[in-house]
Design a binder for this molecule. Sequence first.
Ligand SMILES: Nc1ncnc2c1ncn2[C@@H]1O[C@H](COP(=O)(O)OP(=O)(O)OP(=O)(O)O)[C@@H](O)[C@H]1O
Ligand SMILES: [Mg+2]
Length: 246
Amino acid sequence: MKTIVISNRKGGSAKTTTAVNIASGLAKHGSVLLLDLDTQGHASIGVGCEPDEKLGVHSIFEGATLSETFIPTVHKNLTLSPALSHFDVYEYADLRGILKNRFKREKIADFFDYCVIDTPPTFDALLKNSLEVADSVVIPFVPHHLGVVAVGQMLRALYKSAKAQERDIADVSILPVMYNPHINEHKESVEKVKTSFGGEKLLSPIGVDIKLAQQFESGKPIILDAKRSKGMKDYQQCVKEILQRV
Ligand SMILES: Nc1ncnc2c1ncn2[C@@H]1O[C@H](COP(=O)(O)OP(=O)(O)OP(=O)(O)O)[C@@H](O)[C@H]1O
Ligand SMILES: [Mg+2]
């Protein structure tokens, strides 16, 4: 199983949009587990479910097994562990290593080909737990100055986490989102990411497409649409590039 964590501490940088489309795109190539680690529960909504009030992925921090939180989705090959809406990470002193421990004890890798994790826009124990199991990290960013700054901050957080665990840093991909090639700042920001952090990390950009916002209403990720659209094509290309990397 390859575990792909979608993260950026900056809010509104299309983490969830990317997580649900990558998870659904990978589900055409194998069985996928989607973990909605953000208590907002938007990834759960994105695949046609709801954040749960009683049992969700965050229940593992309260003693549950990970497997008992699994629910099927209407989408083929896609299993969800939904967000537990009331969970408050700050009520707990030490949550280190719990997701990693569940993966190992429950042999999760034997049941899925891919695990995709949507994370909250904070550098908290939830994000740290997900980095502890990451083979690959995708950092979506909106291409403007603060977006580039946030990528640098996220990379530093990844190095810090890898050092604390005494392991190599996960494979990193940087994904420009809401990209408009006619806006100079967008082109310049992508160039800056290339020169500052390495062009080999860059994935092809995702353009602006209102359908990517509308898809949350239907609970059907755009990549599964019958009708081709710009957002669908961009995320198909993204999945293709991620498959080549993992
Ligand atoms: N390429 C796109 N084109 C148009 N709208 C987009 C695109 N990508 C994302 N959006 C919209 O931008 C908003 C933020 O996206 P999303 O919720 O995926 O970000 P996020 O990083 O998960 O946010 P948060 O930090 O709150 O978890 C949403 O309303 C989403 O529908
Ligand atoms: Mg989100």
